[in-house]
Design a protein around this ligand. Structure first.
Ligand code: PEP
Ligand code: CO
Length: 445
């Protein structure tokens, strides 16, 4: 444990991206109530994830991290949560097949409710209101009442996170996730997809291997009926994060999620977020981008992992397809010169956001794929390995990103554009992306 850190030492630093509550007493009441609620995850699970991430950093596993840009309280329903799980299961199966390595499944779910924004306020037709900062802070509708930060939403978010995790735990430990029955995960609209055949071929070949082991070799493939899912969210709202920080076995753990990450906008070396994360025992993600310097990255690794705890740091890079080649090799070299061994993961979403003439925030499937393919190649060229992908997706049939096998065009976006923040791959686009990533992994061996 660090002797110059407490769960409140971040309060002396500049905390960016925090909401301004009108009634500090109401905030204090909500935070006190939140602090008294039981944790959502256990230290055993957190340690197990860290162990698996350490193996991924050595090339023995691959990380699939995916889910909504921002979860919403109203989407905490059986169907969207189940659909997200289905698509993540399908993708992981395809990635296991392509990479011939176990896949660690981490959802951006069960607590992904706080969003960083580029502006504190938003102005429409002469009216200026606070920006929407995610469902644990305020509401997206453009009225003064909806945009006022409401401390009670911290509790509503925590409760919804618990309900979401409960359903995920039930589904992943019961028959639903059984590898013998991948038909459980079929999404209706993907069945008619141009990609269905390739997916079926992979599922068929995995089924054949299972049957071969069980029937021909007489090996029981026990444990196939359940899978592990871990939760993650951006650790942005520091009051929320702090309220679920627990001292156990001599370490401080954040226990509202397994794997919190520091967003690009709050990764300043002297900022409150880095200070808070510094003292946690959890494995953590750190977003890095075109603004990250080699020296800054080295200092960040020293600060966040002074004891070089294996699996502690996952660097999630997000440059954009046009920028990755200029920035990634220098950062890989900078880390190579240290004795740190972080897990390198590509987020091909956040550097590839564009706005259409009609005003939709979107991402091109092709740009996402290009950044991913370059990431695989750039890591391989330096003798390393890309260890995972971080993707904004949904299992639902939305139209938010263009392209993919069905060639969604800009004019199609209006049909089912539902995200409150960033555009997600729909279930079919996400599965197609996994198939193409698997192809790339096979080609690199
Ligand atoms: C996000 O992951 O939704 C996000 C805001 O990313 P970044 O911090 O990389 O901009
Ligand atoms: Co996002």
């Amino acid at each position: 444990m660090l002797n110059d850190w407490t769960p409140d030492s971040w309060r002396t630093r500049v905390a960016l991206q925090q909401p301004r509550y009108e009634d500090p007493a109401a905030l204090a009441r909500a935070v006190a109530e939140l602090s008294a609620l039981p944790p959502l995850v256990t230290t055993w699970e957190v340690e197990e994830l860290r162990r698996q991430l350490a193996e991924a950093a050595q090339g023995k596993r691959f990380l699939l991290q995916g889910g909504d840009c921002a979860e919403s309280l109203s989407e905490c329903r059986a169907e969207p949560v189940t659909n997200k799980l289905k698509v993540l299961l399908q993708m992981s199966l395809v990635l296991v097949h392509g990479g011939q390595r176990p896949v660690i499944r981490v959802g951006r779910f069960a607590g992904q409710y706080a969003k960083p924004r580029s502006e504190d306020t938003e102005t429409r037709e002469g009216v200026t209101l606070p920006s929407y900062r995610g469902d644990i802070v305020n509401r997206p509708a453009f009225t003064a009442a909806d945009r006022r930060p409401d401390p009670d939403l911290l509790l509503r978010g925590y409760e919804r996170a618990a309900l979401t995790l409960n359903l995920i735990r039930a589904l992943s430990s019961g028959g639903f996730a059984d590898l013998h029955h991948p038909e459980n995960w079929d999404l209706a609209f993907v069945e008619s997809s141009p990609l269905a055949a390739e997916y079926r071929r992979i599922v068929g070949s995995i089924g054949e291997s299972l049957r071969f082991m069980e029937n021909v070799l007489g090996v029981r493939t026990g444990g196939m009926e359940k899978v592990d899912f871990f939760s993650s969210h951006e650790g942005l709202h520091l009051e929320y994060e702090r309220a679920q920080t627990h001292l156990q076995n001599g370490h401080w753990y954040h226990l509202a999620t397994h794997f919190p990450w520091i967003g690009l906008r709050t990764a300043q070396l002297d900022g409150a977020h880095v200070e808070y994360f510094r003292g946690l025992r959890n494995p953590i993600g750190v977003k890095i981008g075109a603004s990250t310097t080699a020296e800054g990255l080295r200092r960040l690794l020293d600060l966040l992992n002074p004891t070089h705890l294996p699996g502690r740091i996952t660097l999630i890079h997000r440059f954009g397809a046009g920028q990755i080649a200029a920035h990634l090799p220098g950062l890989i070299a900078a880390v190579r010169d240290t004795s740190h061994l972080p897990l390198w993961v590509c987020d091909p979403m956040h550097g590839n956001t564009v706005t259409t003439a009609a005003g939709y925030k979107t991402r091109r499937f092709q740009a996402i794929l290009e950044e991913l393919e370059q990431a695989f190649d750039l890591h391989a060229q330096t003798g390393g390995r890309l260890g995972g992908v971080h993707i904004e997706l949904t299992g639902d049939d939305v139209t938010e990103c263009t392209g993919g096998a069905r060639g969604l065009a800009e004019v199609d976006l209006k049909r089912a554009y539902r995200t409150e923040v960033d555009p997600r791959l729909n279930g079919e686009q996400a599965l197609e992306m996994a198939l193409l990533i698997a192809r790339k992994m096979r080609s690199l061996g």
